[in-house]
Design a protein around this ligand. Structure first.
Ligand SMILES: [Zn+2]
Length: 237
């Protein structure tokens, strides 16, 4: 059992959680513009897309869910997402409009792309907080999107955090550093902060943080993030 960072995919992080046939999941899929890169990265891992058991989405944004529909239609890969994001991915709920707000000019441009080309995909199984899928636990942390989740992998003591905890500074995410979700791209910052706090206070342990953007943090991640959240005022009463 191992988790592999599919490094060729650049816009967002894609991880392969590989417990062998029948237990082989992709966590996020990258942006559609990196489709060929994603397939190449899978090939380097010795796999074809059809070898995947399923795709787990940390949330519905197009830089993470961008290839889910193609993988499902072309290779029959099952798609899993939290119930609240599934409703939007399936078009049963409208895609919430992103506003630049106090964000940077660049963030405003990226928001327009997301507004214009949101990810759409049928979801084979809607996830709920506390579910287990393969060897991963589902922890619902709404705020960045309605259905943002953490996936926790017990065997490798890893937390796959999507855009809810980052190790690169938004909106460009090229500069390293711990970060919270970026306001322009986040539905409800107050809720995101409350979700992060609630998760942290449950004292669920993990050593490695595998975020949606930025380099994986492989050691003492819970402690490092605890200190960061404290500095951000998230842990105050
Ligand atoms: Zn996002």
């Amino acid at each position: 059992m191992r988790i592999r960072h599919l490094r060729g995919v650049r816009i967002s992080n894609v991880f392969l959680v590989d417990g062998g046939p029948g237990d082989r999941f992709l966590v996020d899929t990258g942006h559609w513009s990196e489709r060929a890169t994603l397939v190449l990265a899978l090939r380097r891992a010795g796999l074809w897309p059809s070898d995947l058991t399923g795709v787990l989405l940390t949330h519905r944004h197009s830089d993470h869910a961008g290839n889910a529909r193609w993988l499902r239609e072309r290779f029959g890969v099952r798609v899993y997402a939290h119930r609240a994001d599934a409703e939007i991915l399936e078009g049963r709920e409208p895609v919430p409009h992103m506003e630049r707000g106090e964000g940077s000019f660049l963030a405003g441009v990226l928001a327009q792309f997301e507004n214009r080309w949101p990810a759409r995909v049928p979801v084979d199984r809607a996830l709920d907080d506390g579910d287990t899928i393969g060897s991963l636990e589902v922890h619902w942390v709404p705020g960045h999107t309605e259905g943002s989740v953490f996936f926790r992998h017990d065997r490798t003591r890893s937390l796959l955090s999507g855009d809810t905890l980052l190790t690169a500074i938004p909106p460009l995410v090229v500069r390293a550093g711990l970060a919270l979700p970026y306001p322009t791209f986040t539905r409800d910052m107050k809720l995101a902060r409350a979700s992060i706090r609630a998760f942290h206070e449950r004292a669920i342990d993990y050593d490695a943080l595998l975020p949606g953007h930025g380099a994986p943090l492989m050691k003492d991640a819970r402690k490092v993030f605890g200190e960061f959240l404290d500095k951000q005022g998230i842990l105050d009463t």
